[in-house]
Write a protein that binds this ligand. Structure first.
Ligand code: IMP
Length: 200
């Protein structure tokens, strides 16, 4: 079965292909010939994921899914959350001159500098539109924010996120290890389990 995944992020595509197995062909936006920005205008991960999936479905037809992820930090009352990608481009502390991921990490470490509480979670939601019906899947991984970046793998906030029960940051893990525990992997497994029940 072919499914369009509303992303051009190579890391996400390879992570999801690793988990999803051979029964499904995952097609990224550029492979599907879809160009331009996809709107992401809402204040919750759920609404944004559905907005992206709806956009693809209405414009191009076909079964598709979209994900949205946020890093929810307890000492920051759940921020940056749905604004994780734009975090260093908004608010009182901004680093417009830095590449977004670097700026985001820098701002996070500054905001947490005086805080004892370092707990956080990555939360992914996947919105699926399959044969005109809509479904939602969620994956959460709990952990802590490290005091300094560590490791060169992964992407985004990976160098400062250490999952509960592990001694390595996400950026120090190989992709298989991250995939076995990550928020997106958990949401993806739920998606895959669901898809299996659809094709039986
Ligand atoms: P989005 O889901 O692509 O919008 O991601 C939102 C923000 O969270 C971006 O800054 C991403 O870099 C970051 N992010 C998403 N997934 C991960 C992950 O698995 N590890 C680290 N950062 C992530």
């Amino acid at each position: 079965m072919e499914l369009i995944f509303a992303t051009n992020n190579k890391h996400k595509l390879s992570e999801i292909r690793n988990v999803i197995g051979d029964n499904y062909k995952i097609i990224g936006l550029s492979e599907a010939g879809i160009e331009g920005d996809i709107p992401e205008d809402y204040n919750t991960l759920e609404e944004n994921a559905f907005q992206k999936a709806n956009f693809i479905y209405e414009k191009y037809g076909g079964n598709c899914f979209a994900d949205d992820t946020g890093l929810e930090v307890d000492a920051l009352d759940g921020r940056p959350g749905v604004y994780s990608a734009r975090y260093s481009r908004m608010g009182d502390i901004q680093f417009p001159e830095l590449e977004a991921n670097k700026g985001n990490i820098k701002k996070l470490l500054i905001e947490l500098d005086t805080k004892e509480l370092r707990t956080a979670r990555f939360r992914t939601v996947i919105a699926l539109i399959l044969n005109e019906r809509k479904y939602l899947f969620e994956g959460i991984v709990n952990g802590i924010i490290l005091k300094q970046p560590s490791g060169s793998g992964g992407f985004g906030y990976d160098p400062v996120f250490q999952a509960l029960g592990y001694k390595k940051s996400f950026a120090e893990m190989d992709i298989e290890q991250k995939n076995s525990i990550s928020h997106r992997a958990i949401a993806t497994r739920k998606l895959v389990e669901f898809l299996k029940t659809c094709t039986m």
